[in-house]
Design a protein around this ligand. Structure first.
Ligand SMILES: [Zn+2]
Length: 172
């Protein structure tokens, strides 16, 4: 990770904050270690803090920050707003970053794309959107049914097909 920071001539000590979208282990495994090692402020909403606190180790109270859904925070000249998503976590969120009239939405784990999310995507100049399966391949694949049902459900993950229609501009 440090090599990646070196490539862009930055150091992890300069990070203004780690934004935790939700408490699933693939999203929080490193946050406690990073916060302690580089004194990086951690941001999450109250329910996410409650769900992850025992899993990430001891965090200096000075590095703990609350960020509820719908709240806007300013980091230097970047304005960041949080939105909720549909995912099987305590209170999952995604973030939109705005600077100089430009917007970037960053949406990961969500089971479906709400009208609100479509609105954010429509208003963004760019967006990063996670879609993690082809429905047919998933159904034919080797995962147990419980896992397939979770991924395909409204609180799992978006399929490639759903991601394609999330951006209404793709229909002109
Ligand atoms: Zn997740």
């Amino acid at each position: 990770m440090i090599a990646l920071f070196d490539q862009i001539h930055r150091s992890p000590e300069k990070i203004d904050g780690l934004f935790v979208t939700h408490e699933h282990s693939d999203h929080i495994k490193g946050v406690g270690i990073l916060a302690r090692k580089y004194k990086i402020p951690l941001y999450a909403n109250e329910k996410t803090w409650a769900a992850m606190e025992t899993k990430i180790g001891k965090i200096d109270p000075a590095l703990k920050f609350l960020w509820e859904v719908g709240e806007v925070k300013q980091f230097g000249d970047i304005e960041v707003e949080s939105f909720n998503v549909s995912h099987d976590a305590a209170d999952p969120m995604f973030f939109q970053f705005a600077h100089d009239g430009k917007r970037l939405a960053h949406i990961t784990d969500t089971g479906y794309v709400s009208d609100r999310m479509k609105g954010v995507i429509r208003g963004a100049d760019a967006y990063i959107f996670e879609a993690n399966h082809d429905i047919g391949m998933l159904q034919m694949g080797h995962y147990p049914w419980s896992v397939k049902r979770r991924i395909l459900g409204d609180y799992g993950h978006v399929s490639n097909e759903d991601a394609a229609i999330a951006d209404e501009r793709s229909f002109g």
